[in-house]
Design a protein around this ligand. Sequence first.
Ligand code: TYD
Ligand code: MG
Length: 459
Amino acid sequence: MAKEKTTFTCTECGGTSPRWLGKCPSCGAWNTLIEQVAEAGPGKNRLSAPQGYAGLANAQPVLPLAAIEAQDVARTPSGIDELDRVLGGGIVEGGVVLIGGDPGIGKSTLLLQAMDALQRAGLPTLYVTGEESGAQVALRSRRLGIEGSQVQLLAEIQLEKILATVDAMQPAVVVIDSIQTTYSDQLTSAPGSVAQVRECAAHLTRMAKGTGIAVILVGHVTKEGALAGPRVLEHMVDTVLYFEGDTHSQFRLVRAIKNRFGAVNEIGVFAMTEKGLKGVSNPSAIFLSQHSEPVPGSCVMVTLEGTRPLLVEIQALVDSGGPSPRRLSVGLDKDRLAMLLAVLHRHAGVACMDQDVFVNAVGGVRISEPAADLAVMLSITSSLRGKALPRGFLAFGEVGLAGEVRPAPRGQERLKEAAKLGFSVAVVPKANAPKKPIEGLTIHAVERVEEAMDVVRGL
Ligand code: TYD
Ligand code: MG
């Protein structure tokens, strides 16, 4: 048996080293070297290549693009509408999906529901559980009311055994729950290590491409919010979905952050109920908290990170801080918060230097689009002054370092949704101001952040 040779590869520059080093010898980045099997010797335990890709040794013909027939990929809807929406229509033959999220957020629940629906639609499915025993999964299926399910279950964590089962069973879809518990005995590194996760995912991806079996990998998110084995897995797979939401609230978002077969940033919205996850087909108002009277430090925005607008309340609390005041954000980018505070000070004369500033996007939703800037700034100012924004108020727009307010994509749609939900006053970037008035909505179009502050003062 050929001796396994491991090298260490830098995740930043791709440089290699024969030993693990804290600092990459090529680019000088710290903690970027990860173990990698350089030579996959024909080990005794290694499975032979699945049928179908042995033929890859023969080079494919080179053809001009025009001569190649473009085929739309065939998708099988999972039967769960909100999941199909993020997948771009359904499960794709040979497609590999990575689904990440905090523990307890509902990954296993959603996938068990989806597998049961696919199985009932006539696709043979295999659910490989490495985190829970078969009995635990059965218990969950009772809870979901699918106890008669024909989904095949395998409680196994060793990759070679999983691949052998898949080979023998030839399912249409395989779920690996989770990729972090899966290990290959060909590698010396510990299960759950980056090298193991990466090699196992690479094997499963090759198997999917070679056989046309769709593979769904469940991945855990580290404390910093990245999938363990950062970036490496995201590059390998076709689709990356992330679960968002607060485990204390009922609502969960599934967001596509990469999709070779569909739109990115599409979101699916679910509610966790006693009987599993239920799709929320009209979600625009679920992230608004109900205040009987308007309160200081709260501003509603419309976010549009998919095809549907969502109204989200941004809350801020500004309170006198110590010598080094804190800036904390939940659901919003912390660096961006620091930048917005600087812009507020410099261009609108609102100083928070000696204040603690906390901001939060209500409901555990994460907002990455800069269109949240204006709402963040207005909620901070509102909290600082102890003055609530009027009832039915909303704002959106990106704010630049020079204090300019830049337009958000598809402003009309955002405004229409807000009007539909009964909002009556909006502060928006000038370029987003609609040509025709929207019934029930007074729109203040602004070009600069100080202008926005003036408008709000006069309301
Ligand atoms: P789970 O799918 O096990 O999360 P993950 O695989 O992402 O770690 O979800 C577990 C949580 O969901 C747990 O706290 C219980 C809750 N839950 C419900 O509220 N209703 C249900 O029908 C089910 C199955 C779980
Ligand atoms: Mg789980």
